[in-house]
Design a protein around this ligand. Structure first.
Ligand code: C2E
Ligand code: MG
Ligand code: MG
Ligand code: MG
Length: 285
């Protein structure tokens, strides 16, 4: 299309393209360095049990602390990491770091339920993925029941391969959660085939839940279906009291969102959610 718009436009187009490629190469070089130089960091976001207003679980979310740029969002580098295969070492590092941290909190006496780690479809499809999980659990000493793996609906594209891996993980005792539910190729038939523990309602349905009766209908439907299928259900992206109030009127058990806390570094989790006793023992280190 660009060439019908005259020379200048075309020039713009090629410049843009070069720019994109240059940026991408810079990011890729940076990302390789990040893996080697430990510029990657784990942030944690609490999951709140609605009825008791209690936090016993966290989602681990990756952050890239790029020396020149500051924190780079995963939305900006996960796709590139997937394209370059760097997601494999990054994903394993991420799982190990968050399992180790969670075990540390447990060892310190915190009464916690689970740590959730996001796994890219690229990583999940690796033949040795279950062994990677086993290795991480063995290395960190975390009991499998404390680890939950968050998968997205993109896995649906190859259910024949995904389902046996899911069963293998379940047999190990690891929990499985379906992230961003309702956004992808939501087919209801795979929901009964996937051996899931948790369904996460995508943030897009929660945003206007206090205003839109259509969103309410969709969310109510997801919640009731999840409960009938014996799944836990958690609402993502709760930002306001009104949204929480609506959820509290439903049987949805958990929420995640800025209303409680954005993802934060581990020190803040310790200070805000794990109590004084734990904080003291950390300060001695
Ligand atoms: P996700 O797994 O669905 O994570 C939820 C995202 O929503 C996070 O963005 C979180 O910061 C954000 N969020 C949480 N509460 C709220 C809220 O109340 N309002 C709004 N507006 N946003 C909220 P983040 O950390 O930027 O991560 C984006 C996505 O990147 C994640 O979506 C996940 O798909 C991916 N990701 C993050 N960490 C990893 C990782 O370690 N491995 C892989 N493979 N993907 C990751
Ligand atoms: Mg997630
Ligand atoms: Mg999500
Ligand atoms: Mg999401």
């Amino acid at each position: 299309q660009a060439k019908f718009n005259g020379g200048n436009q075309y020039q713009f187009f090629t410049n843009d393209l070069n720019d994109t490629i240059a940026k991408k190469m810079m990011l890729e070089t940076g990302l390789r360095r990040a893996v080697e130089h430990e510029e990657l960091e784990v942030f944690y976001q609490p999951k709140v049990e609605i009825e008791r207003n209690e936090v016993t679980s966290f989602e681990a979310l990756i952050r890239w602390n790029y020396p020149e740029l500051g924190l780079v969002s995963p939305a900006d580098f996960i796709p590139l990491a997937e394209e370059t295969g760097l997601i494999i070492p990054i994903g394993e590092w991420m799982m190990e770091a968050s399992c180790r941290q969670f075990q540390e909190w447990l060892d310190a006496g915190a009464e916690l339920d689970r740590i959730s780690v996001n796994i890219s479809a690229v990583q999940f499809r690796q033949r040795d993925f279950p062994e990677v999980v086993e290795r991480v659990l063995a290395k960190t000493g975390l009991a499998p029941r404390h680890l939950e793996i968050e998968l997205t609906e993109s896995l649906v594209q190859n259910t024949a391969l995904a389902i046996p891996v899911m069963h293998r993980l379940k047999q190990m005792g690891v929990k499985l959660s379906l992230d961003d539910f309702g956004t992808g190729y939501s087919s209801l038939s795979y929901l009964k085939e996937f051996p899931l523990d948790t369904l996460k309602i995508d943030r897009s349905f929660i945003q206007t839940i206090h205003q839109s009766s259509k969103d309410q209908a969709v969310v109510d439907m997801i919640i009731h279906m999840a409960l009938k299928l014996d799944l836990n259900v958690i609402a993502e992206g709760v930002e306001t009291e009104e949204q929480l109030e609506y959820l509290a009127s439903t049987p949805c058990q958990h929420y995640q969102g800025y209303l409680c806390s954005p993802p934060v570094p581990r020190q803040q989790i310790a200070e805000r959610f794990l109590g004084k006793q734990w904080k003291l023992s950390v300060e001695e280190n």
